[in-house]
Each structure stands twice: as structure tokens, then as C-alpha cells.
Design a protein around this ligand. Structure first.
Ligand code: HEC
Ligand code: HEC
Length: 399
């Protein structure tokens, strides 16, 4: 199916489509007759590459192909990333037609330059209403074993998650039937669905599969940290071996991050800096939003939230589920001096041996100013500029 594809035909299709739209909006019938020259060079709607981008066979470094990282991958056998599937997902992700009044795309709240988060505390939906939580960065979302999505993990899979913002009354405001009807009216979709699924049928299940493929293709692996890992001899422990491409402060921050003194890596673990399940990191004694507990109704889960990847964390401010911290300095100060003795505080942030719900004692990091700055500097080495500017993840719509 893929080998028969003629990229020119897709281009022609989009050119024809954009022209036929414009014809209705801009020209009267008589204008058109005199305007045959314009008919030959109308603007296109989509700027897709002449040969499809590679999403399916990316050469990941060995640090990503180790069993403990491969085991985190939530890609199901039933929805492997393909080049055309991710391409369709990319178009859908940037298409404002996915909202009721054509004002909001997924990318409005998940912006590439912000690590696919946005710079707001709460994001604006299609009618200007605000979300009740902070937008989440999407880099390396595929590496999360429980495979659950959202701060409170209420979506059991990515395939389930991606249809939720579309139907959300505040975010995009469409029913799945309306979605299908709208996409059917856009001339650039039939060929993209054909190339992905083998026929032109458009339905919400296929939208979900393609959007999930695009998000799973968003793997960030070219940060300064990844380069640093390559500078240490095999078998050496990254926590205690300085990286030659790091400053002294970045190396100090790395050592602190992986030390029991801060225990950061006990929750933000492996190459993706995620935990294998939700945690309570002591933000409040009484949470206005109880995260997992508000979904399950189980008070033992109050204050537990998803630990999503810290990759590109420098770009995804503000921080936490409610965007309460504007800077990484504030985040580090929280862990240094602000951890609240919530009965569900996760063991990794308690004085060892102190595990019960009563008499909770948070660990004391007693970081100096230099050490706090070093932790921040280390977190900034997780920024991956090639990911943040990779054309494969960029807006394919012209203008
Ligand atoms: C109006 C802003 C907005 C729009 C539009 C939006 N999102 Fe989100 N997104 C958010 C917020 C806020 C959260 C966190 C919400 C929560 O946890 O309750 C989120 C969470 C997510 C997550 C969870 C990430 C994780 O690691 O758990 C994914 C995936 C995601 N969005 C994908 C999408 C897709 C795909 C679209 C388009 C179909 C989309 N979003 C549209 C604001 C938005
Ligand atoms: C007990 C597990 C745990 C430990 C230990 C831990 N964290 Fe976290 N971290 C979390 C959880 C859970 C969240 C999300 C909490 C929320 O939003 O309510 C989080 C969020 C963050 C965020 C913001 C993420 C975002 O997308 O907004 C940063 C940055 C961060 N942690 C850095 C650190 C650093 C640095 C350390 C060590 C000083 C550390 N964490 C130790 C569990 C932990």
C-alpha cells in the first residue's frame, strides 16, 4: 500500500482542496472565469514532505533499548507506529477542525517549543474556558508502564485518552459523530486514511489510533544528558561518574539527583525519569484536587499523581498538576524545605523506616544554595533542542 503512494497526488489533492474552498469564500463565479491563472497556482493547505517522514524506524541509542526501558513501553501490538499513521496523527494533532468552532487544536495546549505542554497555569479551551489542571508535556509518554494517562490516570490507555479532549465540553467540544462528520468534509483526509489503514473510511477509532501513533513517536533522546551518558565508560555508574560534557555544577546536580539524600531518581527513574506508578510528593496536607484519589474514591490514594517524564522539563513550566510553581528553583525548594507530612506521602520522600499514615516525617535534604542551583542546572540538561525543533513533530498546516 505504501509503495504505491504517489506523493504528488496528495499534494495535488490538497492544492485542489484549498482552491475549491477559496473559490467559495473569495471569488464569485464571474471572477473565476477571468482568474484561470490563479487556478493553476493556488495555495496548498498542507505542507507534507515529498517522501514520508520516518517515525517507525528511529535509531534509538542503546540506553533506550535496554530491557528495563523497553519494558516501560506502552505501545500495544494492535497499534504499532507506522510512518503514515504518525503522519495522519500529526495532521490531526495540528488541525483546529477538531474543535467545535475551529479555534483550538491539540497543539494549542501542547506546543512543540514547550515540550508539548504550554506556558499557562491552566489552558484555554475553545470558548475561552480554563482547564482545571496544568497541561502535560508529551515527550516520551510512551515510556510509562501502567499505560495510564492524565495527572489522575483516569484514561487507561493512550488510545482512550486522545479522544477525551475532543469530547471535553471545555477543551474542544465535539461529539465523536460530529468529529467524523467534520473530518469527512475535509478533502485532505481520505487519502491520509487510505495510506494509513488501506481504505478511506474515516471514524473516531482510526482517529484515536493515528493520534496515539504520533504521540508515541515523540521520543526525545538527544539531550545533553544523553550525550553525557555516551562519555562514560560502559559499566560505570552514571550517578558517580562525572560527564565530560557537563559543567561542575551540572555534575554536582546529577550526583545529587541520583543520591539517597534527595532520592529524586527513586521516583523519576530510568532514562525517561518516570516512576512505575503514581506517587504523593507532599505538595499539600489537604489537596484541593486529590488526583488518583478523586477518581477512585479511595482516601489512601488522595494526593497521588502521575509522575510523567522530566525530559524537556525546562520548557514545560509552570510545574505540577496545578501549575503552582513557576520555576524549577521553586520546585527544588519544595523538595528541599516544603514537603508536607501528608498521610499518603510516598515512602521515597520519608525518613527511612517511617512508613505508616501517622507520624509522617519527610526527608530533610538541607541543600545549600549552590546545591539547589546545581539540581536546577542538571534538570536543564534534559532539554533536547533537536526534539523541540524536529520538523517531523511540527505544524504541517500552511499559514
Ligand atoms: C484546552 C487545552 C488542551 C487541549 C485542546 C488538549 N489538551 Fe491534552 N492536556 C491538557 C491538560 C490540561 C492535560 C492534563 C489534564 C488532566 O490531567 O486532567 C492534558 C493531558 C494530555 C495527555 C496526558 C499525558 C500524560 O502523560 O498522561 C495527553 C496524551 C494529551 N493531553 C493529548 C492531547 C491530544 C491528542 C489532544 C487533541 C485531541 C489534546 N491533548 C488536546 C490540555 C489540553
Ligand atoms: C515520591 C516520589 C517523588 C520524588 C522522590 C521526587 N518526585 Fe518529583 N514529582 C513526583 C510527582 C508525583 C510529581 C507530580 C506531582 C503533581 O503534579 O501533583 C512530581 C513532579 C516533579 C516535577 C514537575 C513535573 C511537571 O511536569 O510539572 C519536577 C520538576 C520534579 N518533580 C523534580 C523532582 C526533583 C528534582 C526531585 C528530587 C529533589 C524529585 N522530583 C523527587 C514524585 C516525586
Amino acid at each position: 500500500m505504501q509503495s504505491n503512494f504517489n506523493p504528488v497526488s496528495l499534494l495535488m489533492l490538497t492544492i485542489f482542496f484549498s482552491f475549491s474552498c477559496q473559490k467559495e469564500e473569495v471569488f464569485s463565479e464571474s471572477d473565476l472565469e477571468e482568474n484561470t491563472e490563479q487556478e493553476q497556482t493556488p495555495p496548498a493547505v498542507l505542507n507534507l514532505p515529498a517522501s514520508v517522514f520516518n517515525y517507525a524506524n528511529v535509531n534509538l541509542p542503546p540506553t533506550f533499548t535496554r530491557p528495563n526501558v523497553m519494558d516501560q513501553d506502552n505501545e500495544p501490538d494492535s497499534n504499532r507506529v507506522t510512518d503514515w499513521g504518525a503522519t495522519l496523527g500529526r495532521v490531526l494533532f495540528y488541525d483546529k477542525a477538531l474543535s467545535l468552532n475551529n479555534t483550538i487544536a491539540c497543539a494549542s495546549c501542547h506546543q512543540q517549543e514547550h515540550g508539548f505542554s504550554d506556558p499557562e497555569v491552566f489552558s484555554k479551551g475553545f470558548e475561552g474556558g480554563l482547564t482545571s489542571r496544568n497541561s502535560m508535556g508529551l515527550a516520551n509518554a510512551r515510556y510509562y508502564t501502567p499505560g495510564a494517562f492524565f495527572w489522575d490516570e483516569r484514561a487507561a490507555s493512550l488510545e482512550e485518552q486522545v479522544l477525551m479532549p475532543i469530547q471535553d465540553h471545555l477543551e474542544m467540544g465535539l461529539s465523536l459523530d460530529e468529529l467524523t462528520q467534520k473530518l469527512n468534509q475535509l478533502d485532505y483526509y481520505p487519502e491520509l486514511f487510505q495510506l494509513t489503514f488501506g481504505d478511506e473510511a474515516i471514524n473516531s477509532r482510526r482517529v484515536s489510533l493515528a493520534l496515539s501513533q504520533f504521540i508515541r513517536a515523540m521520543v526525545s533522546f538527544q539531550s545533553k544528558y544523553d550525550e553525557g551518558l555516551r562519555t562514560i565508560p560502559p559499566g560505570n555508574d552514571q550517578a558517580n561518574t562525572p560527564f565530560s560534557n557537563y559543567s561542575d555544577s551540572e555534575n554536582l546536580g546529577k550526583a545529587l539527583f541520583f543520591s539517597p539524600r534527595t532520592n529524586c531518581a527513586a521516583c523519576h527513574g530510568t532514562i525517561n525519569f518516570v516512576a512505575p506508578g503514581p506517587r504523593n510528593n507532599g505538595l499539600d496536607l489537604n489537596f484541593a484536587d486529590n488526583g488518583i484519589g478523586s477518581v477512585s474514591g479511595d482516601p489512601r490514594q488522595n494526593g497521588l499523581f502521575k509522575v510523567n517524564s522530566l525530559r524537556n522539563i525546562e520548557m514545560t513550566a509552570p510545574y505540577m498538576h496545578d501549575g503552582r510553581f513557576a520555576t524549577l528553583e521553586e520546585v527544588v525548594e519544595h523538595y528541599n524545605s516544603g514537603i508536607q507530612p501528608h498521610p499518603n506521602l510516598s515512602p521515597q520522600l520519608r525518613v527511612p523506616g517511617n512508613q505508616g499514615p501517622n507520624n509522617v516525617q519527610p526527608i530533610q535534604m538541607s541543600l545549600s544554595e549552590e546545591e539547589k542551583q546545581a539540581l536546577v542546572n542538571f534538570l536543564k540538561t534534559l532539554t533536547d533542542h533537536s526534539f523541540l525543533t524536529d520538523e517531523r513533530f511540527s505544524d504541517p498546516f500552511l499559514n
